[in-house]
Design a protein around this ligand. Sequence first.
Ligand SMILES: [Zn+2]
Length: 63
Amino acid sequence: MSEPYDMWRCPITNCGYTYDPDRGDRKGKIPKGTSFESLPDTWVCPICGGSKDKFVRMVEPPA
Ligand SMILES: [Zn+2]
């Protein structure tokens, strides 16, 4: 299972999408197990089309 800090949230109001590496992104042809950091820079939110660099971590990783 993904740790919360492996999951990234779309910041667009009313979107609510969260990228979970365990699920990947079928619409974006991203296979399961792909970390957010490994997504291509051209990847966009499958719900609202927001750009990857706008995404924020669900929680900060432990130090
Ligand atoms: Zn979005």
